[in-house]
Design a protein around this ligand. Structure first.
Ligand SMILES: Nc1ncnc2c1ncn2[C@@H]1O[C@H](COP(=O)(O)OP(=O)(O)O)[C@@H](O)[C@H]1O
Ligand SMILES: [Mg+2]
Length: 268
């Protein structure tokens, strides 16, 4: 569904040159939920912006279902970290969710249906008439998720969407993402700096190095599909996987050239 090939991004301007992403190659299959994890400043947002066609890569390319991404493609939706800045404060929740559907040229009845369905899915069926600033941070991020869902994207890109909410809300939102992914069989690329979150959410974790960024390792998360905050997080396999990712990220920060060699034990 999504192919990132040799992606490189160098920011240039005002006498400064920052090589944010050096050489990234990975792909995401249709219907897969992949987490990208890497230290802060390693270029995760840069990468997602390139994937979403919001930023032009310096080299390399992104393919969505075989077509080269060259500007924001119609089949992608974004959920950003700063929910406070991603919703329009002067529009009601329902109107915020509906806005991209107008751009899509859908009729009024269909738009209403999609908005109601999406808000219902995130547990905000009653909030359509409220303004974003009347809602808590976690609820605002639910609205942003509903807006993405209503759009019915082929691929959902999420950039550290829960970094700014409290731990309990975050746990709830993680479970919401897993549930929506399973119910709607979407393709999701989820970016986070949080190792536990990456392992808990992903079917696969792509570990990024520190900037200038390359793919350090890809790890299949062989935890059961049905996950829950209480049992999954204390499962021995969860601990093994998070330790593995942690070691890779620590090694990346130290700038170790070669990946840590300790083999990941097979699940038995
Ligand atoms: N518009 C920009 N101009 C110049 N440098 C940038 C710009 N955006 C990000 N950077 C730099 O690129 C690197 C990666 O940033 P970013 O993609 O935001 O990382 P992350 O999302 O992983 O924290 C950082 O060194 C950052 O300072
Ligand atoms: Mg970022």
């Amino acid at each position: 569904m999504l192919d990132v090939r040799g992606l490189k991004k160098v920011y240039e301007g005002s006498g400064r040159r920052v090589e944010a992403v050096r050489d990234l190659t990975f792909s995401v299959a249709a219907g897969e939920l992949v987490c990208l994890v890497g230290p802060s400043g390693c270029g995760k947002t840069t990468l997602l912006r390139c994937v979403g066609g919001l930023l032009r890569p310096t080299a390399g390319e992104v393919l969505l279902a075989g077509r080269k991404v060259d500007g924001p493609p119609p089949g992608m939706a974004f959920v950003f970290q700063e929910y406070g800045r991603s919703l329009f404060p002067w529009m009601r929740v329902g109107e915020n969710v509906e806005l991209p559907l107008r751009r899509k040229g859908l009729g009024k009845a269909r738009r209403r249906e999609l908005v109601a369905d999406a808000l219902g899915s995130v547990g905000l069926a009653d909030a359509a008439g409220a303004y974003p600033w009347q809602l808590s941070g976690g609820m605002q991020q639910r609205v942003a998720i509903a807006r993405a869902l209503a759009y019915e994207p082929e691929v959902l890109l999420m950039d550290e969407p829960f970094a700014a909410v409290d731990a309990q809300t975050r746990a709830d939102l993680e479970d919401l993402v897993r549930r929506l992914w399973r119910e709607r069989s979407m393709t999701i690329l989820f970016v986070t700096h949080d190792i536990d979150e990456a392992v808990y959410l992903g079917e696969r974790v792509v570990v990024l190095s520190a900037s200038p960024t390359v793919v350090r390792e890809q790890l299949k998360v062989d935890l059961p599909h049905g996950r829950d905050q209480v049992h999954t997080r204390v499962a021995p396999r969860f601990a093994e996987l998070r330790t593995r990712v942690y070691e890779q990220i620590q090694a990346a920060k130290r700038g170790t050239e070669r990946p840590v060699k300790s083999p990941l034990p097979r699940q038995g």
